[in-house]
Write a protein that binds this ligand. Structure first.
Ligand code: EPZ
Length: 420
């Protein structure tokens, strides 16, 4: 079981690079199934979610080669993945649905695994596929989607990121024009559309609530480098804000981080865009209000890391989680460190300004794991973060090493030195 030991941190300083975005890479990898030609992707982050997706592509029949941070995917022919645990292991496996039906006319998937933050239904994906002419049958935990796709007008009841991505991919090879209204506007969707366009797709309105896709006969191979990870950058920005650091986040796209940077600035941190990325100086001092919303609102993936910042500001902060039904599991663990947080339904009240004390805490999901690492930076003594499900490595490329490079006392314990 991965375990991380974090000591009370000095002011972080220096510069660290931001990895390519997990939530851009995963749909782009799925999109590689849309062409029978070779696709070359650069700067692949070393994450278990990426490894899992590459394994799922292989189980769909694609040839996958990796050289350093390059990935070459060649899906000469494809079929539904053979039944194995992988699809259940990762929510993002649902993203092969659109490509498989668009290219092979059918897809059978085990209903994807959620994670602890919510039941994660896929009703909007399936309803959209039906609008495109597909037949959907669910039986025994499996979903079978079949049919020739034709363009349609689709309205998403909720701007679901995954549903938008699946439907754009499916529509890119459908016969006719598809309009997706109330689409999600996250930067990762615009990036997926950039990759699809490089493959010859015809898409307008990428990154807006109204996306129009004119289906084409076939898509060709492409070479692409996905965008940097705004959530990893936001997590590192919170580490700087907690420790009154002076840090440069190399490659960060500040235009993807407006909501978070506004909140950090409001709280007293100096955030400066720099030709090389994002420079942060100073400490978060004032309590804040954060309501998680679809992009460009405050990102739900930043809720847990940002809550740690709130525990160190003087006063009462109020967080409202509107995207997932169960995304406060990090609160119990933060309270073990001495944080004073009260949860009422989707509302969390954080009474900040109290010192935290190191303890043994357990990661419950990906962003909670990162939040507990950050909390260790401002806890007296040592904090041991146990991560039995390996959540952290799903979405952060050696976060402990990046924090250590900035001066933090953060290490991943060798597996043998397990501390129960
Ligand atoms: C993506 O998940 C991200 N994952 C999540 O990041 C992120 O938190 C989320 O978007 C919101 O920004 C990837 O991109 C791989 P949604 P996704 O569909 O696509 C409900 C992380 O930490 N919903 O926008 O699953 C759903 O239950 C992860 O990196 C339906 O009801 O998010 C949730 O409450 C966590 N029916 C809300 O919408 C559906 O068919 C948002 O889901 C689909 C979604």
């Amino acid at each position: 079981m991965p375990q991380y030991q974090i000591g009370l941190s000095p002011k972080l300083s220096g510069e660290v690079g931001v990895s390519t975005a997990k939530n851009a890479v995963l749909p782009i990898l799925a999109a590689a199934l849309l062409t029978q030609e070779e696709v070359l992707l650069h700067q692949m982050p070393k994450l278990t979610d990426v490894d899992n997706m590459l394994s799922i592509l292989r189980s769909c029949g694609a040839e996958v080669k990796q050289e350093g941070r390059d990935a070459v995917i060649h899906a000469r022919w494809i079929a539904s993945p053979d039944e194995n645990g992988l699809e259940r292991a990762m929510r993002a496996s649902v993203l092969i649905l659109g490509p498989l039906v668009a290219r092979a006319g059918e897809c059978s998937l085990s209903m994807p695994g959620g994670c602890a933050i919510g039941q994660r239904p896929i009703d909007l994906h399936l309803k959209g596929m039906q609008r495109l002419g597909a037949k959907v049958e669910t039986q025994g935990g499996m979903v079978h989607v079949t049919g020739e796709l034709r363009g349609a007008n689709i309205y998403l009841d909720f701007p679901s990121v995954g549903a938008t991505e699946n439907l754009v991919m499916a529509a890119s090879l459908a016969r006719g024009v598809t309009r997706i209204e109330n689409a999600a506007k996250e930067p990762e969707i615009a990036d997926l559309c950039g990759f699809l366009t490089a493959m010859g797709a015809r898409i307008a309105g990428a990154g807006t609530a109204n996306i129009i896709v004119e289906g084409v006969e076939r898509l060709h191979g492409a070479e692409y480098t996905p965008i940097p990870d705004r959530i990893e950058a936001g997590t590192l920005a919170c580490a700087a804000a907690l420790t009154e650091g002076s840090v440069l986040l190399e490659g960060a796209r500040t235009d993807h981080m407006r909501a978070l940077l506004f909140k950090l600035t409001e709280s007293g941190v100096i955030c400066q865009e720099d030709a090389r990325g994002l420079r942060l100086r100073g400490k978060a001092r004032h309590p804040m209000e954060a309501r998680t919303l679809s992009y460009p609102g405050f990102p739900t993936d930043m809720q847990a890391p940002f809550m740690v910042v709130a525990t160190q500001t003087h006063g009462l902060s109020v967080f409202l989680e509107t995207i997932f039904e169960n995304r406060f599991m990090h609160v119990v663990e933060l309270k073990r460190l001495g944080a004073r947080i009260r949860v009422e339904g989707q509302l969390a009240l954080i009474e900040g300004g109290r010192p935290l004390n190191g303890a043994h805490v357990t990661a419950t999901d990906l962003r909670a794991a990162a939040a507990l690492m950050l909390a260790g930076l401002v806890s007296q003594g040592q904090t041991l973060v146990s991560d039995p499900a390996g959540h952290l490595m799903r979405g952060y490329e050696r976060l402990e090493e990046k924090l250590a490079r900035l001066g933090a006392d953060a290490v991943k314990l060798p597996q043998a030195a397990r501390t129960n």
